[in-house]
Ligand binder design. Structure first.
Ligand SMILES: Nc1ncnc2c1ncn2[C@@H]1O[C@H](COP(=O)(O)OP(=O)(O)OP(=O)(O)O)[C@@H](O)[C@H]1O
Ligand SMILES: [Mg+2]
Length: 342
C-alpha cells in the first residue's frame, strides 16, 4: 500500500478495514502531519464533510467526492477529495486534488464582472434618467435641455473610456507573456507624451518639466505601451495635484539597478500634489481601486490606469516603485531593463 500511494502524484491516503490510516504518501503527510499514520480516521481528518463521506463509502462501497479545506502558510486551500474502496472488503483510497487556483480564478472573474457592471450602471442610470426628463418635464425648456445634454455627454464619454480601458487591459494581458524585442528610445517616447499632455497641464495651470530626457535611453520595448505607461502616470500626477503645481519627469540610466539586477533605465514621475498614505501603495495597482472614489469619478477616472501600467511593466520585466506621503506629493518610478536577456 505504501509503495502504491508513493507512486501517486496527489496527496493520497489508504484507510484500512480497521478504520485506521494504513498508508500516506509524502504529499499527504505534508497536509496532515506525520502523526496520522496508524491513527483512526476521525481523529486524523476532523472535517465533518469528509468524515461523512468516509462513513458513507464504508457503508455502501460506492465512490464519492467531498471538499476539504486546509490552511497553508496562512493561505486557504480547497481540495476536491475522491474516495473509493479498492474492492469489496478492501481498504479505501482517498486522494486530494488541489482546487485552490480554480476557485480563486472563479472568485476573481465574479468580482471583475461585478465591478464592471457596477461601473457601467452609474452612468447608464444617469442617462436613462435624463432621457426621461428630456421627454417629460424638460420637453419645452431649451435651457434645461442643453444642461442635461451636457451631463449626458459626460456620462457617455465616461462609459466609452471605461470600455476603452477594459479593452486595453485585455490586450496587455494577452501579450504579457510575449517579450517585446524592438529597440525603442524611452526618452523620446517620454518627450512626445509630455508634448501631448501639455494642453491638459496648461488647463490646470500646471507645468511639466523634464530632467535628463535629452539623451536617448534605448531598451527593448513596445513603444505604444510605454507611451501609455507614461501617459497614465503623468495624467495621474496632473489630476491629483492642485492648480499651479509642477510635474517633473526624471530619467536615469544605471549599470546595475537593484530592482532589476542589471542595466536599467528608470523614469520617475514626480508631483507635489495630494500624496497618500504609503500603506495604500499595494492596493493602487488593483483594478478599479481608487483612494478617493468620489474625487476620481468626478475627474472621469475608472481606476484602471495603474492596473494597465502594472501589466505593461510586467511584460517588459520591469518594476514599478511608488513613494508617497500625505500632503508631500508622490513619486512613481518605472524601472526597465535595458538589455535583452533570454
Ligand atoms: N500621483 C498621484 N497622487 C495621488 N494619488 C494618486 C496618484 N496617482 C494615483 N493616485 C491614486 O490612485 C488611484 C488609482 O489610480 P489609477 O490611475 O489606477 O485610477 P484613476 O486615476 O482613478 O482612474 P483612470 O486612471 O482609469 O482614469 C487614484 O484614484 C488615486 O486615488
Ligand atoms: Mg489614473
Amino acid at each position: 500500500m505504501q509503495e502504491f500511494v508513493d507512486a501517486l502524484p496527489l496527496p493520497a491516503i489508504v484507510v484500512g478495514r480497521d478504520e485506521r490510516l494504513l498508508a500516506a504518501n509524502a504529499q499527504a503527510i505534508q497536509l496532515f502531519g506525520r502523526g496520522v499514520l496508524g491513527r483512526h480516521y476521525i481523529t486524523s481528518f476532523r472535517q465533518p464533510a469528509l468524515l461523512d463521506a468516509i462513513e458513507q463509502v464504508m457503508s455502501d462501497g460506492k465512490s464519492r467526492q467531498a471538499r476539504y479545506l486546509s490552511t497553508e502558510a496562512r493561505r486557504d486551500k480547497t481540495w476536491a477529495v475522491h474516495l473509493a474502496m479498492m474492492g469489496a472488503d478492501r481498504p479505501m483510497l482517498i486522494t486530494f486534488e488541489d482546487q485552490t487556483a480554480t476557485e480563486e480564478a472563479g472568485t476573481m472573474r465574479r468580482d471583475f464582472v461585478a465591478n464592471v457592471s457596477h461601473e457601467l450602471r452609474t452612468p447608464l442610470t444617469a442617462l436613462i434618467g435624463f432621457i426621461e426628463t428630456l421627454r417629460g418635464a424638460a420637453k419645452n425648456d431649451p435651457a434645461a435641455q442643453a444642461r442635461f445634454l451636457e451631463i449626458m455627454d459626460r456620462e457617455a464619454v465616461r462609459m466609452n473610456r471605461l470600455v476603452e480601458d477594459l479593452m486595453s487591459l485585455n490586450r496587455v494581458e494577452a501579450t504579457e507573456r510575449i517579450r517585446p524585442l524592438d529597440l525603442v528610445d524611452l526618452a523620446s517616447i517620454a518627450r512626445s507624451v509630455i508634448h501631448a499632455l501639455e494642453p491638459l497641464a496648461a488647463e490646470r495651470g500646471m507645468t511639466i518639466v523634464h530632467e535628463n530626457l535629452e539623451d536617448a535611453a534605448r531598451l527593448p520595448g513596445d513603444a505604444d505601451q510605454l507611451a501609455q505607461v507614461i501617459t497614465n502616470l503623468v495624467e495621474n500626477a496632473l489630476k491629483y495635484s492642485g492648480f499651479g503645481k509642477k510635474v517633473t519627469l526624471r530619467m536615469e540610466t544605471v549599470d546595475n539597478h537593484p530592482m532589476t539586477r542589471g542595466p536599467a533605465a528608470s523614469l520617475s514621475v514626480i508631483d507635489t500634489g495630494d500624496g497618500f498614505n504609503p500603506e495604500l501603495i499595494p492596493r493602487l495597482t488593483e483594478r478599479f481601486y481608487r483612494i478617493d472614489n468620489h474625487r476620481s469619478r468626478e475627474l472621469g477616472g475608472t481606476g484602471l490606469g495603474l492596473a494597465i501600467v502594472k501589466h505593461i511593466i510586467n511584460r517588459h520585466r520591469g518594476r514599478l516603485r511608488i513613494e508617497s506621503a500625505p500632503g508631500q506629493g508622490s513619486v512613481f518610478t518605472v524601472i526597465l531593463p535595458t538589455k535583452v536577456s533570454i
